[in-house]
Design a protein around this ligand. Structure first.
Ligand SMILES: [Zn+2]
Ligand SMILES: [Zn+2]
Length: 343
């Protein structure tokens, strides 16, 4: 340990955590938001597919308006033709003709979020088993200021770095993942949140953590913490924010211009001992077969049995615009009834 890190460590130990009892109006707002996102999860697939199409149309219009013709064409082409492997009632896999990989594309965001889940879920399970730690979902917020997206993200990430240097954090957390979520209020101010899956060594008083976050940010103690019962669902929720569909009512040309200006901003990362664990982690056959339908589906082809109902799978070609309607039929049809209409 060099002198500088030793000094920081000593300082962080000297600062005593502040206990804060009262709940502010701001934290009530946060509690409501968490419930809202849980509600969103329950919406029908057809509805979500329709919203993805609308978001993409909106993005294409904005891109054309900014003279970004090439980007507009890419987004428009992305997922415009699909090969859908289905039993008629369940969809095992969707292969798109082309993926634009644009940061804000909701279809590519879903793929990205699935890739993150496939990569980190086996590591998380192994890490928990190996270290006897329990996962929690922690949402950290900061005060709203007049600043751009980049400044807002930097401010909250710097606060996280300060928090992680403190003795309290090291004592209670063994590592985890972080992801950024951006939203905007009606006044156009950025609300940047950090979603953390933290592997907790042991129980602590949440009020102590609030005091620690206040010490790290200087002006915010607003956070939300909930235990994660099912790590697969917990990870799914957290990566969802990385690929969350835009609120197109509040996303305009100026926002797109800003996003295009920050090409390589990281939205997801690992920290602490979990970070090192992931570097060395090689999933075994056992870990890879995590039982998630998504990962099993990668090996399926036409003629295989549907993993959900055992009926044979067949390949359907359709345009991206037809997908919501197809979802709608699968949501309401008995087995084998849908395919005939679409062949
Ligand atoms: Zn795309
Ligand atoms: Zn099926």
């Amino acid at each position: 340990m060099n002198q500088l890190t030793l000094a920081t460590d000593l300082i962080s130990r000297e600062i005593q955590p502040v206990k804060i009892k009262s709940k502010t109006a701001q934290s009530a707002y946060l509690d409501k938001r968490v419930t809202k996102s849980q509600r969103e999860n329950k919406r029908a697939r057809s509805q979500r597919a329709r919203e993805r199409l609308r978001t993409k149309e909106h993005l294409v219009r904005l891109a054309v308006g900014l003279g970004e013709v090439e980007l507009a064409e890419k987004i428009d082409r992305c997922h415009s033709r699909l090969s859908v492997l289905t039993c008629g009632r369940h969809i095992a896999r969707i292969i798109p003709n082309f993926t634009c990989e644009f940061r804000l594309c909701p279809d590519c965001g879903r793929r990205r979020s699935r890739r993150l889940q496939n990569k980190y879920l086996p590591a998380m399970r192994a890490f928990m088993l190996h270290n006897k730690v329990t996962p929690v979902h922690l949402v950290l917020t900061q005060t709203h200021r007049k600043e751009n997206r980049k400044q807002s993200a930097k401010r909250i990430k710097d606060s996280l770095t300060r928090l992680q240097r403190r003795g309290f954090w090291k004592e209670y957390f063994k590592g985890g993942t972080w992801s950024l979520e951006f939203t905007k209020d009606k006044n156009g101010l950025h609300h940047t949140h950090l979603h953390i899956i933290g592997f907790r060594r042991r129980f602590f008083d949440i009020e102590l953590l609030r005091g620690e976050w206040l010490a790290a940010t200087g002006d915010s103690h607003v956070l939300n913490l909930k235990p994660i019962v099912d790590i697969a669902a917990g990870l799914r929720e957290v990566v969802k924010y990385v690929s969350k569909p835009l609120d197109i009512r509040r996303f305009g040309a100026a926002d797109l211009k800003e996003i295009l200006g920050l090409k390589n901003m990281r939205m997801f990362g690992t920290f602490g001992e979990f970070r090192e664990f992931c570097t060395d982690f090689e999933p075994s056959d056992n870990d890879a077969a995590v039982g998630d339908l998504e990962s099993l589906a990668r090996d399926l082809v036409e003629g295989c049995a549907c993993p959900q109902c055992n009926e044979p799978l067949f390949d359907l070609r359709m345009s991206g615009k037809e997908l919501p309607q197809f979802y709608e039929q699968t949501e309401s049809s008995p087995p084998g009834k849908v395919g005939t209409k679409w062949n």
